[in-house]
Design a binder for this molecule. Structure first.
Ligand SMILES: NC(=O)c1ccc[n+]([C@@H]2O[C@H](COP(=O)([O-])OP(=O)(O)OC[C@H]3O[C@@H](n4cnc5c(N)ncnc54)[C@H](OP(=O)(O)O)[C@@H]3O)[C@@H](O)[C@H]2O)c1
Length: 341
């Protein structure tokens, strides 16, 4: 039997005491946590950086009750300790390589994760590629593909098509037989969306509603994955076909919709919904992981879809990684590499 991995008593982790800019982030020595029932301890080799992390750092997105208050929502690494098993949740094997949606605390050398939120590294993946998966794949799958897959040929508009979420959504829509449209803010970002198979709309130079009407011969799209909120609300409703669905996952353009056109929702039988990943309970996240493993991991194993990585920063330069994401010139994901020493 292979020897159990040696776990040191302390670790380096990114912390902040006051909300603020990227400069508030610093490394601190902390005790390595012990896994509780149903949890595993992961030696982190890479961690993904996400926009919700920036909002938490600024004090605008407090962690849900009971969650680790430190930053980092996704990791890839090696399972080095397992807590007592929880009925109905298989434990990943000691020594196995997993990528995991965390409940916080991923910007560290070690991180606790509920076992049901772990997935294996897809074939041939590096730690950085594996760490770039969980947050966007859990978000896109749960919002666009649950409870039922969109019909074959469904027209889906993805706002922010060149983002981590957007590049994932375009690839999944295409992989499951849909037609993707995407907004992005520069010609380069539009070109990337086109490369991934979407029809791109530069939202800074074109009105997306006008373009969607032209591109769909006035029929509109079936589903919109929206990260803008208030500023796009009425134009989103007008971009939808009869029985269409608007899914709101972020509010970069405001949380209030002025003069919302409720009549359009009624007369066109529209559905307006949305969700936030982090506050879901572990059982809910485990259900998403289970579906991803069944439907999406085979596509990643085959290489027919893949995460797009813009840049990798060492854990000690998490401040620079946050600054880069904040600047907004990236396409796809920004990832931290984490070494054991
Ligand atoms: N609800 C959830 O569970 C959940 C989970 C994860 C992430 N999110 C949210 O999803 C969004 C994307 O996350 P991420 O980590 O992938 O962040 P990201 O890479 O920084 O993406 C932000 C994107 O927003 C786009 N954008 C900004 N203003 C726009 C506008 N007016 N029209 C169209 N696009 C616009 C940007 O496009 P340009 O650069 O082309 O301007 C950029 O691609 C974030 O808002 C995040 O908070 C939600």
């Amino acid at each position: 039997m292979p020897a159990a991995p040696v776990v040191p008593p302390s670790m380096q982790a990114i912390c902040f005491t006051e909300p603020g800019g990227p400069e508030v982030l610093h490394l601190e020595a902390l005790q390595v946590p012990q896994p509780g029932r149903g949890e595993v301890l992961v030696r982190v080799m890479a961690a993904g950086v996400n926009r919700p992390d920036l909002m938490q750092r600024k004090g605008l997105y407090p962690p849900p009750p009971g969650a680790c208050p430190r930053l980092g929502l996704e990791v890839a690494g090696e399972v080095v300790a397992c807590g007592l098993p929880q009925e109905g949740t298989p434990m990943p094997a000691l020594g196995s390589r997993v990528c995991a949606l965390t409940n916080g605390g991923g910007y560290a050398q070690y991180c606790l994760v509920p076992a049901g939120q772990c997935l294996p590294w897809p074939t041939g993946f590096s730690a950085e590629q594996a760490a770039a998966l969980p947050e966007t794949y859990f978000t896109v799958w749960s919002n666009l593909f649950m409870p039922t897959l969109p019909a074959k040929g469904a027209r889906v508009l993805v706002h922010g098509g060149a983002s981590g979420i957007g590049t994932t959504a375009i690839q999944l829509v295409k992989a499951f037989g849909g037609q993707a449209f995407a907004t992005a803010g520069t010609p380069e970002k539009c070109a990337l969306c086109e490369e991934l198979g979407a029809t791109a709309i530069n939202y800074r130079t074109e009105d997306f509603l006008t373009r969607i009407r032209e591109l769909t011969h006035d029929q509109g799209v079936n589903i919109i994955l929206d990260m803008i909120g208030g500023a796009y609300f009425n134009r989103n409703l007008k971009s939808l076909t009869m029985d269409g669905k608007l899914v709101i996952i972020a509010l970069q353009g405001g949380a209030k919709a002025e003069q919302a056109d409720l009549a359009r929702i009624m007369t066109r039988r529209l559905t307006v919904t949305g969700s936030s990943l982090r506050p879901r309970d572990s059982a809910n996240k485990a259900r998403i992981a289970h579906e991803l493993h069944e439907h999406v991991w085979p596509l990643l194993d085959k290489g027919s879809i893949k995460p797009l990585i813009h840049a990798v920063f060492p854990l000690a330069r998490t401040d620079a990684a946050h600054a880069a994401l904040e600047e907004g010139n990236h396409t796809g994901k920004i990832v931290l590499s984490v070494s054991a020493d």
